[in-house]
Write a protein that binds this ligand. Structure first.
Ligand code: SF4
Length: 496
C-alpha cells in the first residue's frame, strides 16, 4: 500500500520544497543523500510527506532536512557549495601520486601473475638506474606541491639498487625544491634483510604487504616460488620490519577460499600483530581471470563476507580491542567528516591521469597503476600512453585520460547519477574494461558496483547505532587525509 503511495508520489512533479536528493531504501527506512555529502534517515511516512511537500515547518525533522540541504526553498548555497568544494578539492590539484613498478620479478606468486612471468633471476624485467634517474626528475614536473611516490612490482625490494636510488634522490630533490614527499612500497617482504629494513625506516618509507590471513589461504594464492611457504616468509619479513621500527599495513583480497572464514582472517591478522586490515575485492584479470571459478568472488558473496568481517572487527572494538578496516575508514571519512579520503578511485571523475600516474619497469606510462597492472597481467595495453618523453602536460592531457574522465563521470553513468552513494563513490573504467570489455561498463551486472553497494549498505546500516557511530568516527579520523599533505599511499586501486 505504502509502496504504491511512494510510486505515485514519484510519478508526479515533485514540489519545490524537495531539493536535489538521492535516496535508497534500506530495511524499512530511507537513506537520503545529496551532492553536498549530507545524509539523513527517514521513516516511510515522513519520507512520503517530504516527497509530497507536506512536512510541517520548523519541526526537528524539517530543521534537519533544511540543515542538510534537502529542502529546495531553504538551501544555503554558500554553505552547501563550500562543502562540495571541500569534498572535490582534488579537481583543482595535479597528479600528485606516482606509482613506479621497479620490476616484474617476485618471489611469491599472485592471483594476477604477470604475463610473461619473470623468473627470479630474469633481470630483463627490472627498471634500470638510467630510467629511474629520468623518472626521479620527471615526477617533480607535477604542479602538485605534495608528491607521493609509491614503489610497486613484482616485489620492488628485488630491485634494491633502484629502490634506494629513487628514495635518496627523490628525498633530497624534494628538500631542495621545498616540496612535501611521501614514499611508500608494496612488497611481500619475503626477502627483506635487516639492512633493507633499516633503510626503509631511515627514509620513513611506508610499507604495505599483501597478506591473505590463514596460512593455507595465503600459500594457495601467493605460493613461494622457491618451494617454501610464502606465508612464513612474509611473516618473517613483517617481524623484521617491525624490529626496525616500521609498522606495515596488510591488505587482504577476498577470494572464494575466504568465504565463510572472516573470523579466521581477523584472527590471523591479529596473530600476525596487525591492528587493522584493508579489504579489497578481486579483479577478473591475469591468472584470476582463467581461475575465476576457483578463486573469483561476485558482488553478493563479497558483500556477505564483508558484513561478517565488519561485525567481527566491531565485536573486537566492543571488547575494547582496537582494530579497524581501513577501506571502511577511508569511506567513512567522506561520509562523516565531509573530506576527500585521498583515494583516486573514489572521485567524481576517475583519478587516473588526473590524480595519479603509473610507470612500468620499462618506462611505459599509464594513467593509473591498475591500468599498468592490467597490461602486465593480461597483456592488455589499451591504456598505455607512451613514455615520459611526451612531457607532463601531454600525459595528463592525453586522450586516454580524457576518455577515462568521460567514461567515469558519475553524473553521466545512468545508475550512478541517481545512486544514494554517488557522493562517496567512484567508477573505474579500467575495472570495467577488465570485467566487461568497455570503459563505460554496465553497472547493473558490474561486481565492483555491486560490491560497493554492499559495502555502503553495511556501513550505513551500522551507522544507525550510536556506539558503532562513535567507533566509525574514530576510524575516520585515524585515516583522515588532510589537504596540503601528500596523498595517502595504498589507496590507488589495482591488482595486488
Ligand atoms: S558505482 Fe554503483 S554504488 Fe557506486 S555510485 Fe555508481 S551505482 Fe552507486
Amino acid at each position: 500500500m505504502r509502496e504504491a503511495a511512494l510510486a505515485q508520489a514519484l510519478e508526479k512533479d515533485l514540489p519545490e520544497s524537495v531539493g536535489p536528493v538521492f535516496f535508497r531504501k534500506i530495511g524499512p527506512r530511507y537513506l537520503l543523500t545529496n551532492d553536498a555529502g549530507s545524509h539523513l534517515w527517514l521513516e516511510q511516512d515522513p519520507f512520503l510527506s517530504f516527497l509530497r511537500g507536506e512536512l510541517e515547518k520548523e519541526t526537528p525533522l524539517w530543521n534537519d532536512l533544511a540543515a542538510g540541504g534537502f529542502l529546495g526553498n531553504y538551501m544555503n548555497f554558500e554553505v552547501l557549495g563550500g562543502r562540495w568544494r571541500q569534498r572535490t578539492k582534488y579537481l583543482q590539484e595535479g597528479a600528485g601520486l606516482h606509482l613506479v613498478a621497479l620490476t616484474r620479478r617476485n618471489s611469491q606468486g599472485s592471483p594476477y601473475a604477470a604475463r610473461p612471468a619473470a623468473g627470479l633471476d630474469d633481470h630483463q624485467f627490472d627498471m634500470t638506474l638510467a630510467l629511474a634517474r629520468r623518472l626521479a626528475k620527471f615526477i617533480f614536473d607535477s604542479p602538485s606541491s605534495e608528491i607521493t611516490l609509491e614503489l610497486r612490482g613484482g616485489d620492488p625490494l628485488l630491485n634494491w639498487d633502484v629502490l634506494t636510488f629513487l628514495a635518496r634522490h627523490a628525498s633530497s630533490f624534494a628538500g631542495s625544491v621545498k616540496r612535501k614527499l611521501r614514499i611508500a612500497a608494496v612488497s611481500p617482504l619475503a626477502s627483506l634483510t635487516d639492512e633493507q629494513a633499516a633503510f626503509l625506516a631511515e627514509f620513513k618509507i611506508a610499507v604495505a604487504v599483501p597478506f591473505d590471513g590463514p596460512r593455507d589461504l595465503h600459500d594457495s594464492l601467493r605460493p613461494d616460488l622457491e618451494g617454501g611457504s610464502g606465508w612464513e616468509r612474509t611473516l618473517a619479513g613483517v617481524a623484521r620490519l617491525r624490529k626496525a621500527g616500521v609498522e606495515p599495513e596488510g591488505f587482504f583480497t577476498v577470494t572464494r577460499g575466504a568465504l565463510g572464514r572472516a573470523p579466521d582472517v581477523i584472527a590471523a591478522y591479529r596473530d600476525a600483530g596487525f591492528d587493522a586490515i584493508r579489504v579489497r575485492a578481486p579483479w577478473p584479470a591475469g591468472d584470476a581471470r582463467s581461475r575465476w571459478k576457483e578463486i573469483g568472488v561476485g558482488a553478493a558473496a563479497y558483500s556477505e563476507f564483508y558484513r561478517e568481517l565488519l561485525d567481527g572487527v566491531l565485536a573486537l572494538e566492543a571488547q575494547g580491542i582496537p582494530f579497524r578496516e581501513k577501506g571502511a575508514a577511508s569511506l567513512l571519512g567522506k561520509i562523516l567528516l565531509g573530506t576527500d579520503c585521498g583515494a583516486v578511485e573514489h572521485r567524481l571523475l576517475y583519478g587516473g591521469g588526473l590524480g595519479e600516474l603509473a610507470y612500468d619497469y620499462n618506462g611505459d606510462v599509464y594513467p593509473s597503476d591498475e591500468a599498468r597492472a592490467l597490461a602486465s597481467a593480461d597483456g592488455d595495453a589499451l591504456f598505455r600512453m607512451g613514455s615520459t618523453d611526451l612531457g607532463f602536460a601531454n600525459l595528463v592531457g592525453h586522450p586516454t585520460v580524457r576518455a577515462l574522465a568521460v567514461a567515469s563521470d558519475l553524473g553521466g553513468q545512468p545508475t550512478c547519477s541517481r545512486c544514494a552513494y554517488k557522493p562517496y563513490c567512484g567508477v573505474s573504467p579500467v575495472y570495467n574494461r577488465a570485467a566487461q570489455g568497455s570503459l563505460q561498463g554496465r553497472n547493473p551486472t558490474n561486481d565492483r558496483c555491486g560490491s560497493y553497494l554492499g559495502t555502503f549498505d553495511a556501513l550505513f546500516e551500522r551507522l544507525r547505532d550510536e556506539k558503532t557511530k562513535t567507533v566509525f568516527e574514530r576510524w575516520a579520523r585515524a585515516e583522515e587525509y588532510r589537504q596540503g599533505e601528500p596523498l595517502p599511499p595504498f589507496l590507488s586501486g589495482g591488482l595486488l
